[in-house]
Design a protein around this ligand. Structure first.
Ligand SMILES: NC(=O)c1ccc[n+]([C@@H]2O[C@H](COP(=O)([O-])OP(=O)(O)OC[C@H]3O[C@@H](n4cnc5c(N)ncnc54)[C@H](OP(=O)(O)O)[C@@H]3O)[C@@H](O)[C@H]2O)c1
Length: 315
C-alpha cells in the first residue's frame, strides 16, 4: 500500500520537529513526511532533508503558499509560533490560513496544536487576571483557541492537541534555576502551590503521530498531552538528584512574575495563574496516561533529566 504523507508545519521547530523525527523513525512504514518551512535552505531544513524528509516551502503569513505545499497530503500537523511576534491576531490569521489551505488541498486529517480559551473560565470581567491587549487573558492561549473555530468551519476532520509546559524551557526559554545569594540553585516559578503538567518537547510530536494513527476515531477529539504532572518541590528535588546538587523551589507570587518585564512576562504570569485557578481541571486536561497510550516512549521528568539535566544552565 502507498504510504500516506503527513505534512508538518513547524518542522524545523520543537513540536513539528519531533513529529518529523517520529515519522522517519516509524517502522510501520505507514507514513512519509513532508517538512514545511519558510526557508528550505536553512541548516535545520537541510538536516531534515538529509534525514529523509521531503522539504517544501510554505509561509503561513502568505496564505497562497500553503495549499500547493499540502497537495496530496493525507494529514497535516498545524502549529503556530506566538513567541516569534507576540501577536494573537497574527497567530489567529496564520492558523486560519492553515485551516483553509488544508480544506482546499482536501487533506484527510488535521492535528491542530491548540490551547484553552482561558476566557471561558476567567471572563474578561474577572479581575483576578489582568486583561491583556484589550481582549485577552492569556493571549497565546486565547488566540489558538479562537482558531479552533476556523478548523471546524473549514470542515477537514480535525483533532486538537493541547501541549503542556516543555521541560526543555529549563534549557532554552530562560526559566531554569538560578543561583541565589548563597550559591544554591533555585528554581523559581509562579505555581501557587499547583502541580505543573510538563513534557519533553520531543514527545509532543510522538503523541501527534499516535493521534494520526487513531484515524477517524480521533476526529473532533481533544488530546491534552503531558509526561508527568509535578509540584515545584518535586521538580526541584528531581532536578537536584539528576545534577548531584541541591536545588530548591521558590513559588513566585503571580503579580511579581507578571511584573518581571521580559517580553511576554504578563502573558506567562497570567498563564501560570490561570493554571492555578483551574487547579485539578487543568491537570485533568493533560493526561500522562493518555499520552503514553499515544506514545509508548513517553518520558517522565526523570527520563527527560537523564539526557538533559547537564544542559540546564544555572547562571
Ligand atoms: N514552550 C512551551 O512550553 C509551550 C507549551 C505549549 C505550547 N507552546 C506553543 O508552541 C508554539 C511554538 O511551537 P514550537 O515550540 O514547536 O516552535 P519553535 O521550536 O520555536 O519553532 C517555530 C516553528 O514555527 C515555524 N514557523 C514560524 N513562523 C512560520 C510561518 N509564518 N510559516 C510557516 N512556519 C512558520 C518555524 O519554521 P521556519 O523558521 O523553518 O519557517 C519553526 O519550525 C507556540 O505558539 C507556543 O505557544 C509552547
Amino acid at each position: 500500500m502507498a504510504k500516506q504523507t503527513i505534512a508538518v508545519f513547524g518542522a524545523t521547530g520543537a513540536q513539528g520537529g519531533g513529529l518529523v523525527r517520529a515519522i522517519l523513525a516509524d517502522r510501520s512504514g505507514e507514513y512519509s513526511v513532508r517538512a514545511l518551512t519558510r526557508n528550505p535552505s536553512s541548516d535545520k531544513a537541510k538536516a531534515l532533508a538529509q534525514a529523509g524528509a521531503e522539504v517544501r516551502a510554505a509561509d503561513a503569513d502568505q496564505p497562497e503558499t500553503l495549499a500547493p505545499a499540502l497537495a496530496g497530503a493525507h494529514g497535516v500537523y498545524c502549529v503556530t509560533n506566538f513567541w516569534e511576534h507576540f501577536s494573537p491576531e497574527r497567530e489567529l490569521a496564520q492558523a486560519t490560513a492553515m485551516a483553509r489551505a488544508a480544506a482546499q488541498a482536501k487533506v484527510g486529517h488535521v492535528v491542530w496544536s491548540t490551547l484553552e480559551d482561558t476566557r471561558r473560565t476567567v471572563p474578561l470581567s474577572d479581575t483576578r487576571l489582568p486583561t491583556l491587549m484589550g481582549k485577552y487573558k492569556v493571549p497565546h492561549f486565547d488566540a489558538k483557541a479562537e482558531a479552533d473555530a476556523a478548523f471546524e468551519q473549514a470542515g477537514t476532520p480535525t483533532s486538537y492537541l493541547l501541549a503542556a509546559f516543555y521541560w526543555d524551557n529549563f534549557i532554552h526559554f530562560g526559566v531554569g534555576p538560578r543561583r541565589n545569594q548563597d550559591g544554591v540553585a533555585q528554581l523559581a516559578l509562579p505555581l501557587g502551590g499547583q502541580k505543573l503538567p510538563g513534557i519533553a518537547a520531543e514527545d509532543i510530536g510522538k503523541c501527534a503521530l499516535g493521534i494520526f494513527r487513531r484515524g477517524a476515531a480521533a476526529h473532533g477529539q481533544r488530546f491534552g498531552v503531558s509526561g508527568e504532572n509535578l509540584s515545584g518541590d518535586e521538580m526541584a528535588q528531581k532536578m537536584g538528584a539528576a545534577l548531584g546538587e541541591k536545588v530548591i523551589f521558590q513559588d513566585v507570587p503571580f503579580d511579581v512574575y507578571r511584573g518581571l518585564g521580559f517580553p511576554g512576562a504578563e502573558d506567562m504570569g497570567n498563564m501560570f495563574h490561570y493554571q492555578q485557578l483551574l487547579g485539578p481541571a487543568f491537570l485533568k486536561a493533560r493526561d500522562p496516561e493518555l499520552s503514553r497510550e499515544l506514545n509508548p516512549e513517553l518520558l517522565d521528568f526523570d527520563g527527560w533529566l537523564r539526557t538533559n539535566a547537564r544542559s540546564i544552565p544555572i547562571p
